[in-house]
Design a protein. Structure first.
Length: 134
């Protein structure tokens, strides 16, 4: 595969045949959902610019942006967005973008704020171990 990451037994992770949404997952009875989406031929777009598009999605979904961090890891440009949505029921959203060469992947975690807090170590493991092989 093009990507790899580690995860614990508490996550159910499924590869898909979808060329864009390549991985789906869920944590502990679906209290958190995860998707990993692939974008290619993004030479001209920085992770910061791409995150701007995701922030637009936050606006549409009435998700309040709490934090954003730009960082690099293992030759990848990365960007983290953290948001909260109170409109239907409290939901926390965390998106981490990873860009290497002309490939950009993003992990989208969404779910119960309490569950996201409890699984922070496991999410950190996934993010820290995530790699794109270009």
């Amino acid at each position: 595969g093009e990507i790899s990451f580690n995860f614990t037994r508490n996550w159910e992770i499924i590869s898909t045949d979808d060329p864009k949404k390549v991985v789906k997952g869920q944590y502990d009875n679906n209290t958190i959902t995860l998707s990993i989406t692939r974008n290619e031929e993004v030479f001209d777009i920085s992770v910061k610019e791409f995150s701007g598009m995701l922030k637009h999605v936050f606006d549409i979904q009435k998700t309040e942006l709490i934090e954003e961090i730009e960082f690099t890891k293992d030759d990848m440009d990365c960007y983290l967005l953290l948001g909260e949505n109170q409109s239907v029921y409290p939901t926390k959203v965390m998106i981490i973008c990873f860009k290497k060469y002309d490939l950009l992947y993003y992990m989208w975690f969404a779910g119960d704020p309490f569950a996201l807090g409890n699984s922070q170590d496991e999410i950190t493991l996934m993010v820290d171990s995530f790699n794109i092989y270009g």
